[in-house]
Design a protein around this ligand. Structure first.
Ligand code: PLP
Length: 385
């Protein structure tokens, strides 16, 4: 009998050690981690510089409270804002919390504009988290099932469909559009190149906030530090988590312009959010990304994987589509493939299955040999279907 609640269904493996792109289980077997704790440990496990930053901060100071200045938090806010062209930051402990802050900012934007029943447009098949507000924002009935009454008012529109958004232009209660630049949890759904630019133009015309949830796409995952940089835009609100701490829990909500003025003393907070340990860790993550030219590696490996996967799978009739941006990868099959999760594990490869697709979020530090071996294993699994 387990003393854990039954909300997870873990595979039958326990990892005791991590090193770079690999995890080792209790039996000493080594696995290639092509999932990175769902897009978290992009810089690999036990990265020496990050480990050192954590160790040295732990020796110095773990936690105080947001009732006092926290130097690393202030430095991290400045660094993230400089890198993203945003104005200020709030720190929480997860992606959901970052999005909660964004939703609260949208509500305050409504108040500032005398709108009493504000509506936020979000996308079908989106994922924004598991708290009550973020699961209500999420465009997936499975995530919401059992939890009604949901937080109102979210209206879900089709992703990558500008008309679906424009149809709400005459709804005076709409205050924001909240989107993932690439939908991650629903299987790496990549919109048209100019979709975000056009959504931003609609938002500007209507005084709506553009909230981009880069919890999964941010921090180098797509080959730019932030995915929206492919569009040369700056959102009003930007949320981050996952890769920012490389395994240490941190979430950030950044805001720009009038959106950056809405949280005032007492309106929001978090006991742990932005403590010295996590902020020092996130600062070391950002320096590793910069110093080790991680974005160049992501782009190089991404093209390598894209061309090799399509070469190897071109005559495979089971594969219907390969979607890849940076190191967000989905291989769509023409049939359910849940069994591949265990089969990949047996081959010492960690992957995810989303619907009928194999989803990979491999380490941003991986090399071409590791890509070869990951591709071989996956192609063999697909061939054996
Ligand atoms: C785009 C996006 N937003 C929010 C979340 C929720 O983040 P967390 O699990 O850290 O609360 C996730 C998690 O997968 C995500 O992919």
């Amino acid at each position: 009998m387990s003393y854990l609640m039954s909300n997870y269904m873990p595979l039958d493996v326990t990892f005791t050690q991590g090193n770079g792109c690999y995890l080792t289980d209790t039996k000493g077997r080594q696995y290639f981690d092509a999932l990175c704790g769902v897009g978290v440990t992009g810089l690999g496990h036990a990265h020496p510089a990050i480990t050192k930053a954590i160790q040295s901060q732990a020796e110095q100071l773990l936690h105080t409270s947001n009732w006092y200045h926290i130097a690393h938090q202030e430095t991290l806010a400045e660094k993230l804002c400089t890198l993203s062209n945003m104005d200020n930051a709030f720190f929480g402990n997860s992606g959901a919390e970052a999005n909660e802050a964004a939703i609260k900012i949208a509500r305050l934007h409504a108040r500032a504009n005398n709108i009493d029943t504000p509506v936020i447009l979000t996308a079908n098949q989106s994922f924004h988290g598991r708290t009550m507000a973020t699961l209500s924002a999420t465009g997936n009935p499975k995530v919401q099932a059992g939890f009604a009454p949901l937080v109102s008012e979210f209206i879900h529109v089709d992703f990558n469909d500008l008309i679906a958004i424009k149809q709400h232009e005459n709804n005076a209660n709409v205050v924001a559009v909240m989107l993932e630049p690439i939908q991650g949890e629903s299987g790496v759904i990549i919109p048209d190149d100019t979709y975000l630019n056009q959504v931003q133009a609609i938002c500007k015309d209507n005084n709506w906030l553009l909230i981009l949830d880069e919890v999964q796409t941010g921090i180098g995952r797509t080959g730019k530090l932030f995915a929206h940089q492919y569009n040369n835009i700056t959102p009003d609100v930007l949320t981050l988590a996952k890769g920012l701490g490389n395994g240490v829990p941190i979430g950030a909500c950044l805001a720009k312009g009038s959106a950056a003025t809405l949280l005032t003393p007492g309106t929001h907070g978090s006991t742990f959010g932005g403590n010295p340990l996590v902020c020092r860790t996130a600062l070391s993550v950002l320096s590793v990304i910069d110093q080790d030219n991680i974005l160049d590696n992501v782009n190089k490996i991404s093209s390598y994987i894209a061309s090799n996967l399509s070469k190897k799978l071109q005559n495979n009739t089971t594969v219907t589509e390969i979607r890849i941006k940076g190191l967000m990868i989905a291989i769509e099959l023409n049939q359910p493939c849940a069994q591949l999760l265990q089969q990949a594990l047996d081959q010492q490869l960690l992957i995810n299955i989303t619907g009928q697709s194999i989803r990979l979020l491999p380490p941003l530090i991986m090399n071409t040999q590791q890509a070869d071996s990951m591709i071989d294993t996956i192609c063999n699994l697909i061939d054996a279907l």
